[in-house]
Design a protein around this ligand. Sequence first.
Ligand SMILES: [Zn+2]
Length: 474
Amino acid sequence: MTLNTPLYKVLPAALILALVCQAAPANSLRQSQEDFRKIYKQLVEINTTLSEGSCTEAADAMAVHLRAAGLPDTNIQLIVPPDHPRQGNLVAKLPGHAEDAGALLLLAHIDVVEANPADWERDPFTLIEEDGYFFGRGTMDDKQMAAIFVDIMMRMVQSGYQPEKTIKLALTCGEETPFNFNGVSYLLKHHRDLIDADFALNEGAWGILDSNQTPVFYGIQAGEKTYQDYQLEVTNPGGHSSQPRKDNAIYELASALLRIAEYEFPVEFNATTRTYFERLATLKTGQEAQDLKAIAQIPPDPNALARIKENPLYNSVLHTTCVTTKLDAGHAPNALPQRALANVNCRIFPGHTQEKIRQNLEQVIDNPQIAVSFVDPPESTSTPPLLTDAVIRPIETLSEEMWPGTPVIPILQAGGTDGRFLTPAGIPTYGVNGLMIEPDKMFAHGLNERVLVKSVYESREFLDRLVRLYVGGE
Ligand SMILES: [Zn+2]
């Protein structure tokens, strides 16, 4: 190979892409990337776990940056709930100049899942760049997005950018600790005006790379299943275990749980999941491709459906699922059990209430002696946000520019994000984080959380351009 031979003539395209996209070492970063990296590093290094950390400190640090960039103080608010002093939230606003143009909400949570340094290979609260990855708790979930949103807003302010639509930013606490405190829920209740928007961008979906780090598809989250825990309870007068009786709380509970194990909620589709399966079919080969295509038909092919349901990921978005996750029964080894309890965790397909599923469980169990109740009061539910052209076209356009030929696939999230509060409250929320992920190297919530360095810089570019497409202006 001579130096005059263009790369594309001697190297396969994928390799060229890999070379071109190779992460630049920190010392060759463009100035604005370096500025962003500092914010990202600061955010990762402020511990924001529930046990020891402080979201308030992180929110305050981000407010300092916005102020320094020139955003007026009146547009920045630190919202610290009086009874949760360490779970502060930051909201900021860059007003649009067009009247009635509405608002876009940029949402990211700044709290993180617990991380015990003793269990990690590197300190979870130090941003470490190594082997092309950023390591650290929150590097992916969700401080990458929070730092990018702060950085976008800062650069807009610094350059005098005037959006048509108002941009609202909310960095919130409590996403990772359900049933404790949740910043989005709190803001909706007490400061709705600060986050009200036509729609919101949030975490919840990403792009997938193959083993050569070539993009396979770019996912956006459009809707999520509803999380609900149910308690099953059987009581019994009990007695001495030397004189067993026919009725037994543990046996009754066990037979109820077996019925739930055997029961399958009906398969259903919505616009998100139908498109998901249709587009996924184009990426697969052989029987799997045929099956994915066949189940997206109306009605779905039953044989194809049976095969597809064997994949837990596909199965999770085909219907409501309920599974027993905890048991607690009996009070002494030598006594008949007076009480038996089970926790049944359901992920409810959009369109059904938690009460409807509670009644379904009662029907399946078919035993009036077993009480089925909510563990926590049900949250509001709603149908998934619509995949309107105004929302999806800019994503498809940008995705095609940055990752040519990579399809955009809408995803129904079987887990849960803060979108579960916003969408039912009338702020349709989409999971668009711009990251390309190696599916087997994500480790969000787990040990040694990491993210590809080049993916972080790409996602920064993607989100920056996307926000500008949504809000207009110059
Ligand atoms: Zn998250």
